[in-house]
Design a protein around this ligand. Sequence first.
Ligand code: NAD
Ligand code: UDP
Length: 340
Amino acid sequence: MKILVTGGAGFIGSHTVVELAQAGHTPIILDNFSNSRPSILDGIKDILGYRPTLHTGDCTNPVFLTSVFEREHIDGIIHFAALKAVGESLEQPLRYYRNNIGSLVDLLDMALHHGVRAFVFSSSATVYGTPDMLPIPETAPRKPATSPYGNTKQIGEDILRDTTAMANGILRSSALRYFNPIGAHPSGLIGELPLGTPNNLVPYLMQTAAGKRTTLTVFGNDYPTPDGTGIRDFIHVVDLAQAHISTLESLFAAQESPETFTVYNVGTGKGTSVKELIGTFERVTGITIPYTVGSRRPGDIAACYADPQKIKKELKWEAKLSLAQALEDAWRWQQNSPKP
Ligand code: NAD
Ligand code: UDP
């Protein structure tokens, strides 16, 4: 199948492009490089042995989108392209709504006009807010979003549900609620390329290990968790990428199903604390991480991990790679990655 991967030069998108190609599909990358660099295409080429088609442009631009859809005969879309910094979204809400919602609306319009059959949307565990239960099943209520970024994921899910409900069964869609993607391709050829100071734990930890940052701050050790630090469900990006292939293939196979929109958690089901993650990194690399304990980061919750049973049962997908493997791969990439 020919699959349009918006945001295909980004962290999760680039890994998904590789997995799509290795599963026998033809990925078509669309990216405006607002949060990625064209050099990631070199890494993809080194892994695959060829350079996938790239369309450089913005998926909020209907003229550009029309030209892509007229040139390519797209069977399915994986829509990663979005702005994703929670703090920035509070400062620039309209930029987030325009980019994240505008791109989704325009892409769905294209999908309907060009007979696209499958659409996979990047949602997030952030839609659950502070969860009432752990692990979190898909049936847990979505909580009012605390940032415009989080709101774009909730609104995005609703737009997708409503649009595919009226698509006469041709277009089917899934929203994947990612937990905490980390790691890099085991080849060390592609990985996360944070521009500026990283906000997320693992990129910050990698840069601290590499000596680019002096100290990692652990945001709070007074949470009601066994060691007092926050707990998250860290999933290897290659596992996450493979979940997209399973989802797409199920959408193509489900052409007779009355269900036009589905939601899946994509996580390991295992919670790991910030301190445990630092300890695992130190164990697998032999590098000691200098860290201090600071105050809680506003908006952070104590614990968040997935109940991944639905995707396991319905799509036969489950996470296979360990936290140790993810951290080793991220470290390999950190040592190889181009300097900003
Ligand atoms: P990323 O920033 O690495 O990748 C996003 C890519 O989209 C970038 O290459 C960027 O240049 C591109 N892009 C953004 N807006 C665009 C536009 N209008 N037109 C064309 N290209 C555009 O982010 P990622 O971590 O790979 O995240 C991918 C998706 O997953 C996003 O939708 C994000 O919100 C979601 N998500 C990420 C995480 C995470 O922790 N990384 C967690 C949950 C959900
Ligand atoms: N965290 C931390 N120091 C950092 C970045 C993150 O202690 O420099 C903690 C954060 O408080 C949370 C966990 O690490 O408990 C994961 O944070 P991240 O930003 O990676 O992902 P989030 O779960 O917030 O999306």
